[in-house]
Design a protein around this ligand. Structure first.
Ligand code: NAI
Length: 331
């Protein structure tokens, strides 16, 4: 069996080498560049393609893949919106993804952020830098075991986040349009989202980005939150109206916010702007504030997650080539 893998990143090398060593029957041709029309000849003689594209590729690449007998495009990611699923269906090429690679990575990040905000670590650090070593109400903290955490979207990540908060003694509420039994074991479902908003000291969002829910967290949502509460978003940036959030922070309504995603992040993440002009005032405001912890979509970024993404992509490709299908086929 012959696979070709594109866009290999430095952080994936060790997982890839381990997989190749334990699968001597599979030949993997590895490239650091993305697949495009100009290097499509690299598909020649291969059975499957393993990808992690940042840019879509041309129609002629799909057609060439078909001519070469490629059976599967396997992405090393959960998202697959930049691929042309319709065309692949027409060409009878399967597309696979890795839907779940480590919900715990994101849950652990959310817990970390909740602790950093609730224990006022940014404010204490800033005081210490100014040699202000006082104890004062501005840094008086609350313990997680005294707080109620509200989880919006109780799927893979939401349920794992609920488990971690519960383990530290928090009361955990959940809201989901499709409640499930696994989540019910660790949280108490509320029937409507308002009950969750008004009763939670920490709200953490883990639902998908759905067009109708653009800016779901707006002025009205924020005004219903408890005084001194915390908002966490490690789902998708479009779910939160950043300007409304800043108004709620400025008014003192919220203690803080933890944002691993930002509504306009597409332009910047994951890129290095150290020596480049950076003109997003809204994001700069988030970065500058003590009461906001902004991270560039790094909640998932752990060794375990990267290993699972690499292995998941390769295994799905092998499965489709051997059996014609896989549970991770998305078209
Ligand atoms: P999932 O599909 O397992 O769970 C999503 C849950 O949201 C489901 O239970 C679903 O019923 C629920 N839901 C859908 N619409 C809803 C609504 N209107 N109100 C309340 N609940 C609703 O998804 P998973 O894997 O847990 O991912 C959750 C989010 O995390 C997604 O937005 C995903 O894009 C994001 N994510 C973020 C990462 C990061 O690094 N920050 C990495 C991976 C995923």
């Amino acid at each position: 069996m012959k696979l070709v893998l594109f866009n290999l990143r430095e952080d994936e090398k060790s997982a890839l080498n381990n997989w190749i060593a334990s699968h001597p029957e599979v030949e993997v041709d590895v490239h650091s560049e993305e697949l495009t029309a100009s290097n499509k000849h690299l598909l020649e003689g291969k059975d499957g393609v393993v990808l992690a594209q940042n840019k879509p590729f041309e129609k002629e690449v799909y057609e060439y893949a078909k001519e070469q007998g490629i059976k599967v495009f396997a992405t090393r990611s959960a998202g697959f919106d930049i691929y042309d699923l319709e065309l692949m269906k027409e060409l009878d090429i399967k597309m696979t993804n890795v839907p779940s690679y480590s919900p715990n990575a994101i849950a652990e990040h959310v817990l970390t952020t909740a602790l950093r905000i609730s224990r006022n670590t940014n404010k204490i650090q800033r005081n210490v830098e100014k040699h202000n070593f006082t104890w004062n109400p501005g840094i008086l903290s609350r313990e997680l075991r005294t707080l109620t955490v509200g989880v919006i979207g109780t799927g893979r990540i939401g349920t794992q986040a609920a488990k971690l908060f519960k383990a530290l003694g928090s009361k955990v509420l959940g809201y989901d349009i499709y409640p499930n039994d696994a989540a019910r074991e660790v949280l108490e479902y509320v029937d409507n989202i308002d009950d969750l908003i008004t009763n939670s000291d920490i709200i953490t969002i883990h639902m998908p980005a759905i067009k109708d829910y653009n800016h779901m967290v707006n002025d009205e949502f924020l005004s219903k939150m408890k005084d001194n509460s915390i908002l966490l978003n490690a789902a998708r940036g479009m779910l939160v109206d950043t300007k409304a959030l800043l108004r709620a922070l400025d008014s003192g309504k919220l203690l803080g916010a933890g944002l691993d995603v930002y509504e306009n992040e597409g332009k910047y993440v994951p890129k290095n702007f150290e020596d480049k002009e950076f003109d997003d005032e809204l994001l700069q405001t988030l970065i500058d504030r003590d009461d906001v912890i902004y991270t560039p979509h790094t909640a998932f970024y752990t060794e375990t997650a990267i290993q699972n993404l690499v292995e998941g992509g390769l295994e799905a490709a092998v499965e489709v080539i051997k059996t014609g299908t896989s549970v991770n086929v998305v078209n």
